[in-house]
Design a protein around this ligand. Sequence first.
Ligand code: FPP
Length: 255
Amino acid sequence: MLKRFSTRKDKYTDDTDVTPIDPENVPNHVAIIMDGNGRWAKQRGLPRIAGHREGMNVVRKIVRQASRLGLHTLTLYAFSTENWKRPKMEVDFLMKLPDRFLQSELPTLKEENVRVQVMGTLNEIPKHTVDAVQKAVEETKENDGMILNFALNYGSRFEMVEAIKSLYEDVDAGNVKVEDIDENSISDYLMTKDLPDPDLLVRTSGEVRLSNFMLWQLAYAELWFTDVLWPDFTEEHFLEAIRVYQRRTRRYGGV
Ligand code: FPP
């Protein structure tokens, strides 16, 4: 039996809803801000890293479920450009997680036809982390199932600044005309240039903000927030997010 967390409509976790998922209306791209690891650990008198370790185990389950539900892309916010402000020991641990995760999960990801990708500034992160991620990217690049996109040392404003710089260089070099720049051209300079925009954003732990995550790409996404802490997040919660998504009417500014 899942707990009821809040009566706020968007944060309501309903353990009684067994509405079947409509396979024709599964969000193409789900992005998740996996928040609450530290609080989960604190509640248990454990060090914060214990929450991150448990969070990694949840990643395993949700990746598998997302792939089986037929998502095109699942983006997970694993480390933000702001997370460097944390104690060194915690940062070091967070940097070990992709490595650990991929060491144990890569065979399963391959079996499930999942393609691993990464977005973020990789030249600032430890070599062992980059190597692990690049190995997974390389070894899964022919897979045509779900894209598992890790946001690692990612920040949306930085991404936009870099996009503007590259676009400016192309204008300067005569490759792009200013009058031809439109929304698609901006999207083409972002780290997500080959991905569809997210249809659904999930954020756990009761925080209701975007925290510099995919600000351009989330323009028309449905947002779903839950009080559940990421280490407590289950497949049932994920289904609940998708049910809520399926009940919403997307209007894209129309009527
Ligand atoms: C936010 O919780 C979470 C993070 C900064 C890290 C998220 C990482 C994982 C869930 C594991 C990643 C796994 C892989 C495979 C890369 P918080 O620490 O800010 O929680 P708090 O707000 O309760 O302190």
